[in-house]
Design a protein around this ligand. Structure first.
Ligand code: NAP
Ligand code: HSE
Length: 428
């Protein structure tokens, strides 16, 4: 059988892992696909950079077109990152009949439909398992494993950096700023960690999971986003006292054919399995109408876990090549997207208020909730030796986002409230 020749775009963290697995597991790969798998050429920015693996110099290039226009290369593995230029490379590769494997969530969340349409037009495969939750095979699970079911809810810790930060704040009482610095030093966070901490990275991943789970084209703009930069040690302490952990959760829900997607710091009951996912680990909880509750856990980033998913995609493309069935993407976004309105989005809320400590304050506050038909599950006044004002913690029953927005707007004008200290979604 002719060898399969692969063009690798990128030899950084993930690309290095891809080379290690293709070389280290070559005999297993050959047994599975019936051909030798050869990394034919590798694109890098700097061909002279010293690297932790050795790739023959003649295979390295800093010109992407050397790879994309090479007629001997059947498959492009894109692990270089970037959006617009990378899209241009992949679209041309597909036009030339080359199959694509990518780990690029930024690209797939923004331009997935265009890339998949081009792949279909040219009967090519595009697989992107590593783009969400690194080593956890969640994309194949949603598109194939649950193809017979109707997904009701997907709840994910899909950003390792923020989970590392929140875990350290919870377990060690560390401050946000200190742990962020540590996450950067350990190489988890990006040099500019904004997309991690402000939730954009997780939102992109949730757009991909929502598209697969709900079989509808979910765009990044459909995901409401709030990051973790405003989460304080105090909030985490309160959450723990009440039996919750604070996690940056991506939540995609379906009810009566209407969907909603969000990424926000959420108080999740400690008894929920996702509450105990700590450090840089990721987990995705999926609730299907027929299957019930399931959860998938593992490394969401890093060289070898991410490369495992990339090379598994490579194997899938090669198996399709052998069978002559490329370009038959398992998932079809055949559902019309119907987004929930703010009146239809409902969940429980935690609200921490700093208020004047005098008679009648609580009555005025509860009156506002009553006015907007938000029902309360519990109200607690906590003494705080560091705070001469009273601290009131309120947990609501399920309330619409629209009503809660009105309550909070009203609170901003209420003279007895000194500060709306924090507001969190509550799950479980
Ligand atoms: P990385 O370590 O920064 O590596 C990027 C590689 O691409 C480098 O080898 C770089 O060349 C090369 N490169 C970048 N831009 C280039 C350009 N314009 N022209 C030529 N070469 C270029 O990135 P990574 O962490 O491996 O991530 C790669 C992709 O996987 C990204 O889309 C990322 O979102 C995704 N991903 C990463 C992880 C993870 O754990 N790291 C997990 C899941 C998904 P030089 O080596 O010469 O600089
Ligand atoms: N910055 C990302 C994270 C890398 O922290 O999860 C994996 O996509």
């Amino acid at each position: 059988m002719k060898p399969i020749r692969v063009g690798l775009l990128g030899l950084g963290t993930v690309g290095t892992g891809v080379v290690r697995i293709v070389e280290g597991h070559q005999s297993d790969l050959q047994s599975q696909v019936g051909s030798e798998v050869i990394i034919e050429k590798v694109l890098v920015k700097n061909v002279d950079k010293s690297r932790s693996i050795s790739v023959p110099h003649h295979k390295m290039t800093d010109n992407a077109w050397d790879i994309i226009r090479d007629p001997d290369i059947n498959i492009i593995v894109e692990v270089m990152g970037g959006i617009e230029t990378t899209k241009e490379y992949l679209l041309e590769a597909l036009e030339r009949g080359k199959h694509v494997v990518t780990a690029n969530k930024d690209l797939m969340a923004l331009h997935g439909p265009e890339i998949l349409a081009k792949a279909k037009e040219h009967q090519c495969d595009v697989f992107y398992e590593a783009s969400v939750a690194g080593g956890i095979p969640i994309i194949r699970t949603l598109s194939e494993g649950f193809s017979s079911d109707r997904i009701l809810k997907i709840m994910g810790i899909v950003n390792g950096t923020t989970n590392f930060i929140l875990t350290k704040m919870s377990q060690e009482g560390a401050s946000y700023a200190d742990v962020l610095k540590e996450a950067q030093e350990l190489g988890y966070a990006e040099a500019d960690p904004t997309s991690d901490v402000e939730g954009l990275d997780a939102a992109r991943k949730m757009a991909i999971l929502g598209t697969l789970g709900f079989r509808a084209n979910v765009a990044l703009e459909d995901v409401s986003v709030r990051g973790i930069s405003s989460v304080s040690k105090e909030d985490i302490l309160y959450a723990k006292r009440l039996g919750y952990e604070v996690k940056l959760l991506g939540i995609a829900e379906r009810q009566d054919e209407h969907i909603s997607l969000s990424v926000q710091p959420t108080m999740i009951r400690k008894s929920h399995p996702i509450a105990s996912v700590n450090g840089v680990f990721n987990a995705v909880y999926v609730h299907g109408e027929a299957v019930g509750e399931t959860m998938f856990y593992g490394a969401g980033a890093g060289e070898m876990p991410t490369a495992t998913s990339v090379v598994a995609d490579l194997v899938a493309v090669i198996k399709n090549l052998k069978l002559g069935v490329n370009g038959q993407q398992a998932i079809v976004t055949y559902k019309e997207k119907k987004l929930k309105t703010d009146e239809q989005i409902e969940y429980k809320n935690f609200i921490l208020l700093h208020v004047q400590d005098k008679a009648g304050v609580l009555a005025r506050i509860t009156q506002v909730f009553a006015e907007f038909e938000v029902s309360l599950a519990s109200v607690l006044q906590q003494p705080n030796p560091d705070n001469p004002e009273a601290e009131i913690i309120i947990i609501t029953h399920d309330a619409s986002k629209a009503s809660m927005d009105k309550v909070l707007k009203h609170f901003e004008q209420l003279d007895v409230i000194r500060k709306i200290k924090s507001v969190y979604r509550v799950e479980g």
